[in-house]
Design a binder for this molecule. Structure first.
Ligand code: ATP
Ligand code: MG
Length: 288
């Protein structure tokens, strides 16, 4: 007699896409707190694999109406495979909570490192910027725009490699277009091109980040919100005399912080820029 075909089929599916529960993990120390919950170090019992388990409360997600955003974050991040993008291995939920199984970034937040040193050396900054450019090239190739590149969303792996985390604001342009318009066939050139256009927001953010790495503050910082706004609109870019930064770095930043988005330095050209070539560690890892 044997197992009916449907049951066999189900068996196959469940081994390929395992359903996780809290019982599969030993929970360790807290790693941090986010807006919607806590992150813990955890070990998957069967494999001994160390992960970061992010625990989100459903009630808070509902209250802030971010369930949709979380679903998109999970959908996008779980399909990405790149050394400089934090892996999302899977997720599960119970009555009150949602759990995200994340790659563990042993050296923590980049933000804290930057606060500690105030600003980075050109070698360190260039190594990070090159890694981020490679990660963004990969993302954009998959029609994903991150839209929220900043020090708080970057983590550091065990070897010192940078990891983009937090895909809460990212979008899958191809998907969105498809669901909005049904088909690409009727779109005019400027809308077809807007994939590239939209992706250039990440180039701008990378330019801001490069400046912040080297000077310790973002370029358009001001006391009042309205002044920052004005400075961004004008692209009021100034390079203070201290700390001393090579003119090649300023040249690169100036080519990324361009108002007209289509004129921003494409990411593959960034990787060929003399300042990157001369300063970035070819391994992509900053070892201190
Ligand atoms: P917020 O929106 O306020 O930033 P969040 O919900 O996005 O919160 P996270 O920033 O992801 O939460 O996580 C909170 C903190 O936990 C992080 O700042 C970081 O210190 C730590 N953390 C999160 N994920 C990891 C990870 N994969 N490895 C190591 N530490 C992590
Ligand atoms: Mg965060």
């Amino acid at each position: 007699m044997g197992i009916p075909a449907e049951a066999q089929q189900e068996e196959k599916v469940s081994t390929v896409e395992k359903r996780w529960t809290l019982n599969d993990f030993d929970i360790g120390k807290p790693l941090g707190r986010g807006k919607f919950g806590h992150v813990y170090l955890a070990r998957e019992k069967k494999s001994n694999h160390i992960v970061a388990l992010k625990v989100l409360f459903k009630s808070q997600l509902k209250q802030s109406q971010v369930e949709h955003q979380l679903r998109r974050e999970v959908e996008i991040q779980s399909h990405l495979r790149h050394p400089n993008i934090l892996r999302l291995y899977g997720y599960f939920y119970d009555q009150t909570r949602v759990y995200l199984i994340l790659e563990y970034a042993a050296k923590g937040e980049l933000y804290k490192e930057l606060q500690k040193c105030k600003y980075f050396s050109e070698r360190r900054a260039a190594t990070y910027i090159a890694s981020l450019a490679r990660a963004l090239i990969y993302l954009h190739g998959k029609h994903v725009i991150h839209r929220d590149i900043k020090p708080e969303n970057l983590l550091i792996g065990v070897q010192g490699e940078l990891k983009i985390a937090d895909f809460g604001w990212s979008v899958h342009t191809f998907n969105r277009r498809r669901t909005m318009c049904g088909t690409l066939d009727y779109l005019p050139p400027e809308m077809v091109e807007s994939v590239e256009h939209d992706a250039s927001v990440d180039i701008w953010s990378l330019g801001i980040l490069c400046y912040e790495f080297l000077y310790g503050v973002p370029p358009f910082e001001a006391k009042e919100h309205s002044d920052t706004y004005r400075r961004i609109i004008k692209v009021d870019l100034k390079f203070p005399p201290k700390p001393l930064v090579a003119s090649a770095a300023k040249d690169l930043i100036s080519q990324m912080l361009v108002k007209e988005s289509s004129r921003r330095l494409p990411l593959h050209k960034l990787l060929e820029h003399p300042w990157i070539v001369q300063n970035a560690d070819p391994s992509g890892i900053y070892r201190g």
